[in-house]
Design a protein around this ligand. Structure first.
Ligand SMILES: Nc1ncnc2c1ncn2[C@@H]1O[C@H](COP(=O)(O)OP(=O)(O)OP(=O)(O)O)[C@@H](O)[C@H]1O
Length: 250
């Protein structure tokens, strides 16, 4: 078993407040791993630390055995880890396909180059079409992204993350704000994109977690409360206790 992504004794404080508190995390290559926990448990902070958007106060992050926490986020993307955001990163006035083309071009080492070689543009073009099909948005290729529904924008965001062809994909609440139809689409999409790569997701919807995750890490007060399969963590008395009084019961 290869460890794709690892947090080693990871800590982050905000002016004395421990948002991430000695977290150790092993994400196995090829698994879908959900990070859950009550509101304010430190899930987003952990994602920010894993993807380089926040620097740890102490501890380390390793991607396939290489230390990445000192690197800037774009260098981490080039090493093979990419993430989607809770807040939309879609350009609303560009078409769905143009959004993907921008993401593909940004993934090269020449994002600001004035004249991209034609061969490279052809390759981007073909890859954009593949991604459109993969995220189920080929029907919307020439529509402005602003016209997409909330759920469709989340599908496009997953496509934007896939444009980097990551080995490890972090998804921050991919089903938030969606109805049951959108949720079913995202579950199918995550399963599809998880083929041949490792996926870590923050997710509040326990039914989604139960359907998707091979293993789950439960956070509380910035600490790892439990790690295991859905059945293991839902029976854990500490997890049940943590969720008492919360809307979402595991
Ligand atoms: N930049 C910051 N400055 C100060 N405190 C912060 C900052 N970012 C997060 N926190 C605090 O750290 C704690 C963990 O926040 P975080 O957003 O990581 O939790 P979460 O589990 O993602 O919550 P939710 O489920 O509500 O999205 C919270 O108490 C939050 O107020």
């Amino acid at each position: 078993m290869t460890v794709a992504l690892q947090a080693r004794d990871l800590c982050r404080d905000f002016r004395g407040f421990q948002a991430t508190n000695h977290v150790h995390l092993d994400i196995h290559e090829g698994e879908i791993h959900a990070v859950i926990g009550p509101n304010g448990a430190g899930k987003t902070t952990l994602f920010n630390l894993l993807s380089g958007f926040l620097k740890p106060s102490s501890g380390e992050v390793h991607l396939f055995g290489e230390r990445i926490d000192p690197l800037p986020p774009d260098a981490i993307v080039r090493r093979g880890l990419s993430r989607s955001f809770q807040i939309s990163s879609v350009f609303p006035t560009l078409t769905v396909r143009e959004n993907l083309l921008v993401a593909l071009q940004a993934g090269t080492r020449l994002p600001g180059r004035f004249l991209t070689p034609l061969g490279a543009m052809d390759a981007f073009s073909a890859r954009a079409d593949d991604l459109l099909a993969q995220v189920g948005l080929d029907w919307a290729r020439d529509r402005p992204a602003a016209d997409l529904s909330h759920g469709e924008k989340r599908q496009l965001e997953i496509g934007l993350s896939l444009a980097q062809n990551p080995r490890v994909l972090l998804l921050d609440e991919p089903t938030s704000g969606m109805g049951s139809e959108g949720i079913a689409r995202v579950i199918a999409l995550v399963r599809e994109v998880a083929r041949g790569r490792t996926v870590v997701l923050v997710e509040h919807n326990m039914s989604v977690v139960a359907q998707l995750a091979h293993r789950i890490t439960v956070l509380q007060y910035g600490q790892v409360l439990a790690t295991g399969t859905y059945e293991e963590v839902r029976r854990d008395p500490r997890v049940i206790e943590a969720y008492l009084g919360q809307e979402a019961h595991p």
